[in-house]
Design a protein around this ligand. Structure first.
Ligand SMILES: NC(=O)c1ccc[n+]([C@@H]2O[C@H](COP(=O)([O-])OP(=O)(O)OC[C@H]3O[C@@H](n4cnc5c(N)ncnc54)[C@H](O)[C@@H]3O)[C@@H](O)[C@H]2O)c1
Length: 370
């Protein structure tokens, strides 16, 4: 569908009616010119209940049924290893796709997805809603405008708490086969995406993973160093084993000596620019409310993310309507996946992993040219 043939009201299908689907349902409800017309879940009760709750005409049990209703966009809200099948089916039907992160759990799968969307001439966007924090947008704009110099050092620290039931109550979580990884794949990937957005193409990764407190196959803790094509360096520290969550911090130092720190605390809320050290002085803007909750439950965390999902959904709808690339492309999402998979490989082999050009070169390979 070229931008000249975009209908007035884009018809949207949601695939997967679990925890994060609420964010997509509410985000599309707030997006001008788009309307959710069908929801799909392999659990028919879930699909029906979601349709009833949100007043949606159709509830179906398969992606083929959803596509047969005639939609312009789908949101993919299913477990990570299932993303590929859904995306390939939608691309084959000429439907634009907004997919939850991670794009996939292996690079071959991610590449098949971006290639299929490119070949079909449909947009592929991947949810990294933290890019829409005003503080992240400002940091990026200042780097692009060269107001801070070149980024030389990045740090991301992700200190989260997950109750054991987070893994035990959802059967697909916590195993290599059905979750693809642990804290890196599911939580830290958001902040790895921010690091890459700020620092550029990653070229080498070393790391170590461990499982300390959770009864899961995959890692609950990880450390890594990343080297970027520019020569910039970054560290990643991440865990879901913290007794009391401290949220996540992304910090960038640039060649002028300026350092900006964005803190997301509590998890899910707006990342705030809490510290700026520039021109020989330091300013802090914590500005926290009094009623902080350290270990919020998942529904609260996901609920707090709705404004950021709303911003990214609006961006994606505009991209479809205007025929331009969305803010976060499938290729962007492949780069963050490449970094975390390299941490797994480095941890296994004890050696640094070089990222090959096809994993990391910037550019919107799935961008539609028609
Ligand atoms: N962007 C974010 O901040 C964020 C937050 C939470 C989850 N997510 C991502 O969203 C995805 C889903 O996570 P969740 O927590 O909502 O999981 P969930 O288990 O709560 O929900 C998944 C739903 O998908 C359904 N499903 C599974 N396979 C399906 C298929 N082939 N077709 C249709 N329905 C299918 C399941 O029945 C279930 O209802 C994951 O990839 C996760 O990483 C992103």
């Amino acid at each position: 569908m070229s931008s000249s043939t975009v209908p007035n009201d884009l018809r949207v299908g949601i695939v997967g009616c679990g925890a994060i689907s609420r964010n997509h349902l509410e985000a599309f409800a707030a997006a001008p010119g788009a309307q959710v017309t069908v929801v799909c879940d392999i659990d028919p009760d879930r699909a029906r209940q979601t349709a009833e709750q949100y007043g949606i005409a159709h509830a179906v049990g398969t992606v083929d049924e959803l596509l047969s209703t005639g939609v312009d966009i789908i949101s993919v809200c299913t477990p990570h290893p299932t993303h590929e099948d859904v995306v390939l089916a939608a691309a084959a039907a000429g439907v634009h796709i907004l997919c939850e992160k991670p794009i996939a759990v292996d690079l071959a799968s991610a590449r098949r997805m971006t290639s299929a969307c490119h070949a079909a001439g449909v947009r592929l966007g991947v949810l990294f809603q933290r890019r829409f924090w005003p503080a992240a947008q400002e940091m990026k704009a200042d780097l692009v405008a060269d107001r801070l110099g070149e980024p030389i050092l990045g740090q991301c620290t992700v200190l989260l708490h997950r109750d054991p039931t987070y893994y035990s109550a959802t059967p697909w979580r916590g195993t290599w086969d059905s979750d693809g990884g642990g804290v890196l794949m599911t939580q830290a990937i958001h902040y790895i995406d921010l690091l890459i957005w700020m620092l550029g193409d990653p070229v080498e990764v070393s790391g170590k993973i461990a499982t300390f407190t959770h009864d899961i196959e995959v890692e609950d803790t990880a450390v890594a160093t990343v080297t970027f094509a520019s020569g910039a360096l970054a560290t990643i520290n991440a865990t879901t084993a913290a007794d009391t969550a401290l949220g996540a911090r992304v910090q960038v130092t640039a060649s002028s000596g300026a350092t900006r720190t964005i803190l997301e605390y509590p998890e899910g809320t707006d990342g705030r620019a809490v510290l700026r050290a520039e021109n020989g002085s330091v300013s802090t803007t914590p500005d926290y409310p009094d009623d902080l909750v350290a270990n919020a439950d998942l529904r609260t965390i996901n609920g707090a993310l709705i404004p950021h999902h709303t911003a990214q959904v609006a961006d994606f709808v505009a991209a479809v309507r205007n025929g331009c690339a969305p803010a976060v492309t499938g290729h962007d999402a492949t780069r963050s996946l490449a970094v975390l998979l390299a941490v797994y490989e480095s941890s296994r082999t004890g050696a640094p992993v070089q990222l090959t050009t096809d994993m990391v070169v910037s550019g919107d390979v799935e961008e539609v040219t028609a």
